[in-house]
Design a protein around this ligand. Structure first.
Ligand code: CA
Ligand code: CA
Length: 374
């Protein structure tokens, strides 16, 4: 049995494509959008759109690129020293809520350090470089998952700001070690809530119960998407084990069950008890079996596709798909799953309401694709 967690690296992707045909999913319905290839990158991981419609794109090996809106021009604004083995690399990139005033850009990456490796949160300021371009300067590290441990997987590293702009939510994966997700003394397998300066946010729900003060929710596995909807609900998606990918509604202080409860099973075939009422674990709002391998999450608020306003879009890695989840208040249900023919790492909304996708491919095989109305 091939462990799907290995697939989450762009490098592995190209060599394993031929052997993953078994995980191809059936698409539901014709694609109601037009696909336009805008640019290509080397193992892109995340992107975000600036107010002037240019884009910041991260590449796994540590490059942060500033790309023109038409995709034709690019410059490297930062080269971050990362540990890019396995699933590691330069990861998420998100603008500060006050970016127009502060020029601050938040990002995450995996690093090697004492004890092994871990995911790190940092920020810098995107400013003119004096030569007609820009550079990301004043880079400072804000927070590191702890402890650092051996291994190259399940870093997570997704970032979301609270709607009021005062706090930041950061996902810390369980590093393929299972039990840290239930350990109150470590940040692995957790959603943490921080101040915008990277300190434990005041009022975090578990601090008085002996948990480390950053923790907001726990019992998570590999959290590759987190986003607020327009009503202020916090949604998260994570890669589960075999047959257990999840979309969760994140509430403060709750335990989401990993590795004690999952609607999937271990890769070695052993069962994990399914979520059930009264077990003390918060069940997913949606789960997938067979899996989709969720790589990125965006909640749509645009006007181009009014029928999807308020819905969640997920990039599927092993499923090579774009997945839509119907969000209605605090309820969620499966929507569409469109076959994209490539592993999708990131989903983003453009300034005109177009949907942007980044493929998970190395050596210029990671295309940036714009989806617009037909
Ligand atoms: Ca993004
Ligand atoms: Ca199970």
């Amino acid at each position: 049995m091939i462990r799907r967690s290995l697939f989450a690296t762009g490098l592995m992707a190209t060599t394993l494509l031929a052997s993953t045909a078994c995980s191809a999913q059936t698409a539901t319905g014709a694609k109601p959008f037009k696909e336009t290839v805008i640019a290509d990158f080397d193992s892109p991981w995340a992107m975000t759109v600036l107010p002037d419609k240019r884009m910041l794109v991260t590449e796994k090996k540590g490059q942060m690129l500033l790309v023109s809106a038409d995709g034709k021009q690019r410059q490297t604004v930062a080269t971050i020293t990362v540990d890019s083995a396995g699933q590691g690399g330069l990861m998420d990139v998100v603008l500060a809520p006050d970016f127009a005033a502060s020029q601050r850009v938040y990002f995450s990456y995996s690093a090697a350090g004492e004890g092994g490796k871990g995911v790190v949160l940092a920020r810098g300021r995107l400013r003119p470089n004096g030569g007609g371009g820009e550079r990301l300067g004043e880079i400072e590290t804000l927070f590191s998952a702890r402890p650092f441990v051996e291994g190259n997987g399940h870093y997570s590293g997704r970032i979301a700001f609270s709607p009021d702009g005062k706090y930041l939510f950061f996902t810390n994966g369980e590093r393929q070690k299972f039990t840290p997700a239930q350990d109150p003394k470590v940040t692995l397998g957790k959603v943490v809530r921080l101040t915008i300066d990277g300190k434990p946010a005041p009022g975090n729900p578990l601090a008085a119960k002996g948990f480390v003060p950053e923790i907001w929710s726990y019992g998570h596995r590999n959290l590759l998407g987190i986003a607020f909807d327009a009503q202020g609900n916090l949604w998260e998606q994570e890669m589960g084990p075999k047959g257990g990918d999840e979309v969760n509604l994140i509430k403060p202080g709750l335990n989401y069950g990993w590795p004690n409860a999952s609607n999937g099973s271990n890769y070695d075939g052993t069962d994990i008890p399914d979520h059930k009422p009264g077990d003390g674990y918060e069940p997913p709002k949606v789960f997938w079996n067979p899996v989709i391998s969720p790589g990125g999450l965006m909640i749509y608020s645009g006007a181009m596709f009014p029928q999807w306003k308020g819905d969640a879009f997920i990039g599927g890695l092993s499923s090579k798909s774009l997945v839509r989840v119907d969000l209605n208040g605090t309820n969620a249900a499966k929507g569409d799953q469109w076959d994209m023919g490539a592993r999708i790492r990131e989903v983003e909304q453009g300034p005109d309401g177009a949907i942007w996708l980044l493929e998970d491919g190395g050596e210029s095989q990671g295309r940036l694709i714009k989806l617009t109305v037909k």
